[in-house]
Design a protein around this ligand. Structure first.
Ligand code: COA
Length: 260
């Protein structure tokens, strides 16, 4: 996997995907969006990859948003097209079927915050800054911010961020539930890797079905969501992983899951 603006390194089943445009604070221009989409599809297919850590290059930014230079040139139809294209890229990460952890290492603004929200888990360095500053530019969020932010932090907190355009620090992001953990900047990647290893020690089919139930369940009634959950619970009962997980517990040994 070779990309102009991305770095991909795979170690023991974990791919670290780094957006690599540090001179522009890793802003998402059309090429970066396209390459991220290609990378998400390739990582989904790659047998040797079991999980993905997403981060940004350089000491200052995860991703400082969509590329404002590109946005300045867009017309009505192009704007809608750009929004749909970006949304599809985010969805490719969200529905990869493998856990994706965002390791947020600095500015996480606009499209950067939106991409982080499409990841399954977000952890942040203590110097990270979050925000949806689009309204300051006279635009609306285009990569899912109006939809995922209220689902993650609740309507009130989401509207506060979306309408004020204010930046918040890592501690406040933790308080409102935008991230689930804050760590010292120099430990961020190690912590993300450690969390990913904890996740990957679990049954891979159980992980996939759990992510799917959460993803699909958020958009349906409670009754329908509970049925989705019951279906997943029934499906895992047909897997070797379930037998192995339960037997290993009873035999007081660690489980060895095969993803079957
Ligand atoms: N799009 C395009 N370029 C961007 C960018 C973006 N979203 N964010 C930063 N950059 C570029 C800057 O233009 C600058 O490029 P230059 O050196 O060629 O002039 C470079 O990245 C460094 O940014 P700079 O503004 O000098 O860094 P800073 O530390 O002074 O400020 C920010 C950092 C994040 C506060 C500031 O860059 C910013 O407000 N960026 C835009 C954030 C935003 O509105 N994002 C949402 C877009 S929808």
């Amino acid at each position: 996997m070779n990309y102009e603006h991305l770095l991909v390194a795979v170690t023991d089943g974990v791919a670290t995907l780094t957006v690599n445009r540090p001179d522009k604070l890793n802003a998402l221009n059309d090429r970066v969006v396209d390459q991220l989409h290609q990378a998400a599809l390739a990582l989904k297919q790659a047998q040797e990859v079991r999980g993905v850590v997403l981060t940004g290059a350089g000491p200052k930014a995860f991703i400082a948003g969509a590329d404002i230079g590109d946005l300045a040139k867009q017309g009505v139809l192009q704007g809608r097209e750009r929004s749909l294209t970006g949304q599809a890229m985010l969805r490719a990460f969200e529905t990869m079927g493998k856990p994706v952890v965002a390791a947020v290492n600095g500015y996480c603004l606009g499209g950067g915050c939106e991409l982080a929200m499409a990841c399954h888990v977000r952890i942040a360095s203590d110097n990270a800054k979050f925000g949806q500053p689009e309204v300051k530019l006279g635009i609306t969020p285009g990569y899912g911010g109006t939809q995922r932010l209220p689902r993650i932090v609740g309507r009130g907190n989401a509207l506060h961020l979306l309408l004020s355009g204010e930046q918040i620090g890592a501690a406040e992001a933790l308080r409102i539930g935008l991230v689930s953990k804050v760590v010292p900047a120099d430990k961020l990647l190690a912590e993300a890797d450690k969390l990913m290893r904890t996740i990957l020690a679990n049954g891979p089919l159980a992980l996939k079905l759990t992510m799917e139930a959460v993803d699909r369940g958020l958009d349906v009634t409670l009754e329908e969501g509970l049925r989705l959950e019951a279906d997943a619970f029934g499906l895992v009962a047909a897997t070797d992983d379930m037998k192995e997980g339960l037997t290993a517990f009873l035999e007081k040994r660690p489980a060895k899951f095969q993803g079957k």
